[in-house]
Design a protein around this ligand. Structure first.
Ligand code: NAP
Ligand code: ZN
Ligand code: ZN
Length: 345
């Protein structure tokens, strides 16, 4: 066991504060990572405030981890000391079920979350708002050389969560793809959908971030507060990805799809939504969900992002600014991901 510095929420809704936690000694297949950067995902806030239900405290959030390997266990074959690596939302799974065998570890009932979870050893897991983490090599991915670690960190959740549904639902040349919400996930979705060759539309609450959206790769930008948006775009889109952290009127958005089009939701609001089912029946619409992505797909996404020079747009902060950053994320005042410099922890 090693004692390391971290930022933790001591209780639900309490501000995060500096503390120390124990990291396990490196086991046979473990990798010790010196964390360099950790992104702040809106999911960290949902969990630290117990918005998704009962949580484990003290909680060290953070599942967008980028760092450098500083020690490996004797059985490790995939990584060597000095390599640049990342860890996302999972640190273990059962490894035997159909989901695990299919590379869909995120759907395994035995998945162990990077934080706010209990590991197979019965100990709570602690996330990336920390200086070091010990992770089994099978849940570590390589960050390609072309990707700086600070802008790569958010890809470990925001990147894979948007890459996976965009690929699965065929975003590419000739496809009209819209992204609802230009936050951490949304801005990554815009960059990836553009790189995949799709015609990209941003659906944001206002036109405040229009200039940014177009620079990120969007072809069109609309305010959802303007009822004319829904008239103009009616029946025109092939695919919509919703990254919104609050309940949304999905019925209105489904009306923007062409016949047979799909709205894939990745947002995880704390409250349920209501849905007029006629918005699905007319036009044979599809409403689907998507959860992060598997480990192999996460590596594929990082390689794709490196090839297309895609990193997150970040605001680098000191750990002492985490609570302020949380408030700004809640106010949709983020351009476009806060990333903690682990050297300040
Ligand atoms: P974020 O940076 O806060 O972005 C969310 C965006 O949604 C905001 O920037 C805002 O965009 C829009 N929005 C916020 N409140 C809204 C409201 N009341 N009505 C309409 N639009 C609103 O959050 P994030 O980190 O991207 O995460 C987004 C959601 O995805 C969270 O719920 C998170 O927990 C979830 N998530 C899910 C997965 C998964 O595997 N499915 C993975 C990661 C995160 P505009 O200002 O442009 O309107
Ligand atoms: Zn996340
Ligand atoms: Zn499994």
């Amino acid at each position: 066991m090693t004692t390391v510095a971290a930022y933790a929420a001591p209780a639900a809704k309490a501000p995060l504060e500096r503390t120390t936690i124990e990291r396990r000694a490196v086991r046979e297949f473990d990798v010790l990572i010196d964390i360099k950067f950790a992104g702040i995902c809106h999911s960290d806030i949902h969990q630290a405030r117990e918005g998704w239900g009962e949580a484990i405290f003290p909680m060290v959030p953070g599942h967008e981890i980028a760092g450098v390997v500083s020690e490996v266990g004797p059985g490790v074959t995939k990584f060597a000391v000095g390599e640049r690596v990342g860890v996302g939302c999972m640190v273990d799974s059962c490894r035997e079920c159909d989901n695990c065998k299919a590379g869909l570890e995120q759907h395994c009932t035995g998945t162990v979350g990077t934080y706010n979870a209990i590991g197979k050893d019965g100990e709570p897991t602690y996330g990336g708002y920390s200086t070091h983490v010990v992770v089994d090599e099978n849940f570590v991915v390589r960050i390609p050389d072309g990707l700086p670690l600070d802008v790569a960190a958010p890809l470990l959740c925001a990147g894979i969560t948007t890459y996976s549904p965009l690929k699965q639902w065929g975003a590419g040349p000739g496809k009209k793809v819209a992204v609802i919400g230009l936050g951490g996930l949304g801005h990554t979705a815009v960059k990836i959908a553009h790189a995949l060759g799709a015609e990209v539309t941003v659906l944001s609450q206002s036109l405040r971030k229009k200039e940014d959206g177009l620079k990120l790769g969007a072809d069109h930008y609309y305010a959802t507060s303007d009822p004319k948006t829904f008239e103009e775009l009616a029946g025109s889109l092939d695919l919509i990805v919703s990254t919104v952290s609050a309940p949304l009127e999905f019925g209105a958005y489904l009306s923007l799809l062409r016949t047979g089009g799909a709205l894939v939701n990745v947002g995880a609001p704390e409250e349920p939504v209501t849905l007029p089912l006629f918005s699905l029946i007319g036009g044979n619409k599809i409403l689907a969900g998507s959860a992060i992505g598997g480990i192999a797909e996460t590596q594929e996404m990082l390689d794709f992002c490196a090839e297309h020079r895609i990193g997150a747009e970040i605001e680098l902060i000191a750990a002492s600014e985490i609570n302020e950053a949380y408030e700004r994320v809640l106010a949709s005042d983020v351009r476009y991901r806060f990333v903690i410099d682990a050297a300040t922890i």
